[in-house]
Design a protein around this ligand. Structure first.
Ligand code: NIG
Ligand code: FE
Length: 395
């Protein structure tokens, strides 16, 4: 079964050999999908015949967004905490504990239903691949079930038992790290691809974080890290030391952090929703780009610091407040996310890549930042199959 998409006003391929700029943008373009993969890319008029034709009617097409950082297994919300913050309270890691209590009290069915609701929001926002962490269970059984639920919906699952020290281990952080690196890791590793740790003030220090990541690595998991969200610390340097796929947040970066990232294979994943929703100072992506670091954008969807599933929103903020150009923001939300997950089959639309793409209801990707808050996701295709199509409901 082959599908041709023709009459694309602006196609982002993310392959500079195919089109112009870092996005490899092609105008009046067409693509042909075969067996779930991109089989042909070129001028719309020269598209080879296919079993089915989708006329993009001059609209833009982009690779599906790759959301490399989300926390989708939890119960309850923290809208009151958000309200207090907007009235002047400061964000701290401590709020995580209230979600832990609600998550522990929820059934598997409730946790999965919440995850599916958020996953569907993501699909409607054009996200075709998402990562999800555990981290709101913080007991052996609750972390293991969180990951088992996430693994039913994504292959990009991350063990975040070291999110904070739970109340039942208050003043016994080292005992908790021993649990995370021992029995909890044993129970979680079968359901996880990645290991993560919140290395920051109020969470885990660098030595504890190193112990967590090294234990995960020894168990066959690949490392990624929450680093430098609340303060400059050693998180980013640890990420580079351990060849983490990604150092996430990077809100507070020193010059040597930026140099370390630029000289490494570790992607700097910026999370605009977190600074937005915690009223934190935005990191300056210009410095990262100038140094030559690879930068990803992700939603960080979670009930505390960033309760959004909208990658378009993240792109708008990244452009407006974090120094991204529109091209850089789109790249970071697609191919950048793929690199943060060390995936080379998604995030671009060149021949052989997975046919994960979005037909916009706008003439090009530029409208994503230009029209903040407006839903411009029209048709979402994953592995060549339609997973969402916008139906105009106004009569
Ligand atoms: O990525 N920073 C640590 N973890 C989450 C927030 C968790 C929460 O506040 O519930 C984050 O922002
Ligand atoms: Fe996070």
């Amino acid at each position: 079964m082959s599908v041709a998409i023709t009459n694309i006003g602006s196609l982002v391929t993310n392959d500079p050999n195919i089109g112009s700029g870092i996005l490899g943008e092609l105008e009046n373009a067409g693509v042909v999908i075969e067996d779930g993969k991109i089989a042909w890319v070129g001028n719309s008029g020269s598209a080879p015949a296919a079993d089915q034709v989708i006329d993009a009617k001059g609209m833009g097409v982009i690779p599906g967004f790759v959301d490399s950082h989300a926390h989708l297994v939890f119960a309850g919300d923290r809208s009151k905490e958000f309200e207090a913050r907007m009235n002047g309270e400061k964000y701290s890691a401590g709020g995580i504990k209230s979600t832990v209590a609600k998550t522990r009290a929820a059934s598997d069915a409730e946790l999965e239903a919440n995850l599916i609701t958020l996953q569907n929001e993501m699909i409607r926002s054009g996200i075709t691949t998402f990562e999800s962490k555990s981290g709101y269970g913080l007991s052996v059984a609750d972390e293991a079930r969180s990951l088992a639920i996430a693994a039913k919906h994504t292959s990009e699952t991350t063990f975040l038992g070291a999110h904070v020290v739970p109340e039942d281990f208050a003043s016994r952080a080292d005992d908790y790290v021993a649990l995370v690196t021992g029995e909890m890791l044993d129970a979680c590793a079968p359901h996880a691809k990645w290991v993560d740790v919140f290395c920051d003030v109020g969470a885990f220090d660098v030595d504890q974080s190193r112990a967590v990541l090294q234990a995960g690595i020894a168990k066959g998991l690949k490392p990624r890290i929450h680093a430098n969200q609340l303060a400059t610390g050693g998180g980013v340097q640890l990420a580079v030391e351990l060849d983490c796929a990604s150092a996430d947040h990077c809100t507070h970066l020193s010059t040597s952090d930026i140099e370390a990232l630029a000289g490494s294979n570790t992607v700097a994943t910026l999370l605009p929703g977190a600074e937005f929703s915690t009223r934190a100072t935005y990191p300056d992506a210009k410095k990262l780009f100038a140094a030559g670091a690879t930068v990803a954008l992700a939603t960080d969807c979670n009930p505390g610091s960033s309760y959004t599933t909208s990658m378009s929103f993240c792109i708008s903020v990244a452009i407006r407040d974090m120094g991204f150009s529109p091209e850089q923001a789109l790249w970071s939300a697609t191919l950048g996310g793929a690199k943060a997950l060390r995936r080379n089959d998604i995030g671009a639309l060149s021949v052989g890549m997975s046919a994960d793409l979005v037909v916009l209801s706008a003439p090009s990707f530029r409208h994503l930042g230009y029209r903040p808050g407006v839903d411009q996701i029209f048709h979402v295709i994953k592995s060549g199959k339609t997973i969402y199509k916008h139906q105009d409901g106004i009569k």
